[in-house]
Design a protein. Structure first.
Length: 213
């Protein structure tokens, strides 16, 4: 599904999606409120989501969609890539964040990767995110509460995650199966009350457990 308040952007994305193998476009919306309603009726797997829109912005729409439909994947696609937009969008549950100058092929790859459970950030967005998290960590470090404390193995998983490793690569480094790594990550997300590995990285950096580079 495509969500954007600009007709020209929706038209361009429609052309990309309809000409690519493996995609079916099930709907378009020009604001967040209409998008939430459309998701309820069409149940898309992946949503390409603008951020700045009338009636309801992409951050609130993403939050509502992911709360109501936990399996849905949201890829933010926007002109804006400042920390004031990136961190709230990812915290709302987006699985990726791309700027609108991203090539069509990369947008399609991001949609595929999100559908498969992966995450993607434009290089510019990744740089902003790292800077934001590092500044946040410098401003307000805090101790872990008892419920947030990770086991030694969980800390190892988070440390390798911060190095950009996939689940398979983490498993190989720690001599664990990929399923075991996923299990560790599930426990970490539960302890910290976050949704996915991007939010795990944000929280770990804010807690001072890892350094992003």
């Amino acid at each position: 599904m495509i969500v954007d308040d600009e007709w020209l952007v929706r038209a361009a994305l429609r052309v990309f999606l309809e000409s690519a193998d493996g995609f079916e476009l099930v709907g378009e919306a020009e604001n967040g409120a209409d998008a939430v309603a459309l998701v309820r009726s069409e149940r898309p797997d992946v949503v390409l989501m603008d951020v700045q829109m009338p009636k309801m912005d992409g951050i609130e729409a993403t939050r509502r969609m992911t709360q109501e439909f936990p399996g849905i994947k949201i890829v933010a696609l926007t002109t804006f890539s400042t920390e004031r937009v990136i961190v709230p969008m990812l915290s709302a549950g987006a699985s990726g964040f791309l700027v609108k100058d991203t090539s069509p092929d990369r947008i399609l790859d991001a949609a595929r990767l999100a559908h498969e459970g992966g995450y993607v950030l434009s290089p510019r967005v990744a740089k902003e995110l790292v800077a934001s998290v590092q500044q946040s960590d410098a401003r307000a470090p805090r101790d872990l509460t008892p419920a947030e404390v990770l086991s030694e193995r969980e800390l190892e998983v988070v440390s390798l995650l911060a190095q950009g490793m996939s689940n398979a690569e983490i498993g190989a480094a720690l001599f664990l199966s990929e399923a075991t790594v996923k299990s560790h990550l599930s426990r970490i997300t539960a302890k910290w009350g976050v949704r996915d590995r991007i939010q795990v990285l944000i929280r770990a950096a804010q807690l001072g457990l890892v350094t992003l580079s």
